[in-house]
Design a protein around this ligand. Structure first.
Ligand code: ADP
Length: 440
């Protein structure tokens, strides 16, 4: 088996921290590239061949304005072209725009090497500055709408790109942290007693080590538990012979209080040993079920009929139609007997009868065993399926249990792919609910 060591020095690029940091940096880089691309595309558009021909265009307009340039002519051209024209020279200054615009000299980009033609954009308007032989011309677009629309398109592209980048980052982080989710699921499985569940071990970082370490831990726990059960079974088995000898030897002693006490203790130990061996046999059989098609309604009736003389009574409510399961009939009988025995053991003889109801819901058989006995405290409920757990030690001694009944029930139900749960209210009663899969 591969051994996982947490102290092994990690290569930097295998660290989860490095991976998350790298994802952050790559995301940031992608955002930067996207933003830069949009910026460059925008700039590129503004320097398209059309704009490069602006010089000639401006020159044509200037020619049309005549020498010196005429404002009336400028007004006419302005109407036709949608451009405001402003002229500044030593002799005169006029503009088709009212009031006369404030002329900013700064931040113009030049398109001609000799800087005759310069261009800028301000508040959604294109402004062309043209230095002719006799004066300075400014041509300014009246309409800012088109650029706004274009900006909206670029903004939309940028947002889409950002969303995509963030989405892919999310997927990558999810992938890197997936072992954490697997371990989380596995912890819950182990908590419910499934020690055979293994976490997938992929990659080569701390989380992979965690998954591997977790698998190793559950395998060792499984082996430890199996060893413990085997030891318990073997010791119990071995104790039977000396106990029989003690019982025989006791028969030869004279009657006394001591003999009576020892005899009672020997009986209790024998009962406990029988219980442990019975549990071991049931668990063994539950792992190798002898399944056949059985009618759960029939099995329930057979078991309930054994309690005709019990106090309190046992009442059965079964469906008329058969409830077919692929199950081991002996195991199902053992399951029902354990639950009904508990219902009777923990109820006063004068209590209401123990009720057994069987219902078929879809492809599931639901069987409830309801008693009106002493009930169980809410804080005890999570532990009652644990082996040797008894709620009230003194009362359990009276009732003769060793806390092995419910763990056996759980083993049997789970071997049949079903579920078992208990609802209980102190001093009111207890309901055991068993769900088993039916055959159609
Ligand atoms: P036991 O052999 O001691 O009955 P179980 O595993 O069947 O062992 O039950 C464990 C403990 O759960 C019991 O000791 C008892 O305290 C409690 N318990 C189980 N069933 C009932 C019930 N129907 N009513 C009240 N307490 C119950």
């Amino acid at each position: 088996m591969k051994t996982f060591s947490f102290s092994r020095p990690k290569r930097l690029f295998n660290s989860v921290f490095t991976k998350i940091l790298a994802i952050g940096l790559i995301t940031w880089l992608c955002i930067l590239i996207a933003a830069l691309s949009i910026f460059i595309i925008t700039r590129h558009t503004s320097e398209s061949p059309f704009l490069k021909n602006l010089g000639a265009y401006a020159q044509y307009i200037i020619n049309d304005l005549g020498t010196p340039p005429d404002l009336d002519q400028a007004e006419e051209i302005s109407q036709k072209t949608g451009l405001h024209i402003t002229y500044i020279s030593k002799e005169q200054r006029w503009s088709t725009r009212r009031p006369f615009p404030e002329i900013e000299e700064l931040r113009y980009r030049s398109f001609h090497g000799d800087t005759t033609l310069q261009f800028r954009r301000r508040a959604g308007h294109h402004i062309i500055k043209y230095q002719s032989d006799h004066g300075l011309f400014f041509f300014e677009s009246m309409d800012e709408y088109e650029e706004r629309e274009q900006n909206a398109v670029y903004l939309l592209i940028l947002l889409t790109l950002l969303s995509l980048i963030l989405f892919f980052s999310y997927l990558t982080i999810r992938r890197v942290l997936a072992p954490l989710r697997w371990v989380y699921t596995a912890v819950h499985k182990v908590k419910d007693g499934d020690f055979s569940h293994q976490v997938p071990v992929r990659g080569n970082d701390e989380l992979t080590d965690l998954a591997g370490g977790f698998n190793e831990m559950t395998s060792q726990l499984k082996t430890m538990l199996e060893n413990k059960e085997n030891l318990l079974r073997d010791v119990s088995h071995e104790l039977r012979t000396p106990l029989t000898r003690i019982r025989v030897a006791l028969e030869f002693l004279e009657d006394s209080t001591a003999k009576k006490d020892i005899s009672e203790d020997v009986q209790a130990i024998e009962k406990m040993i029988e219980n442990i061996l019975q549990t071991s046999r049931t668990t063994h059989r539950a792992n190798k079920l002898e399944r056949q098609e059985v009618n759960l309604a029939e099995i329930t009736k057979t078991v309930a009929d054994r309690y005709t003389d019990s106090l309190p009574r046992v009442i059965c409510k079964l469906p008329k139609e058969p409830c077919l399961l692929l199950a081991d009939p002996l195991m199902l009988q053992s399951l029902l007997t354990n639950c009904i025995d508990n219902g009777l053991k923990f109820s006063e003889t004068t209590a209401d009868p123990v009720n057994i109801t069987l219902n078929k819901e879809g492809d599931k058989a639901i069987i409830s065993i309801i008693d009106y006995g002493c009930g169980i405290e809410e804080n005890e409920l999570p532990f009652i399926f644990e082996p040797f757990y008894r709620v009230d030690q003194s009362r359990s001694r009276q009732t003769g249990g060793f806390g092995l009944g419910l763990p056996i029930c759980k083993t049997i139900v789970e071997a049949h792919d079903g579920t078992i749960s208990i609802e209980s209210k102190k001093d009111q009663g207890t309901t055991v609910i068993i769900t088993l899969p039916c055959v159609d």
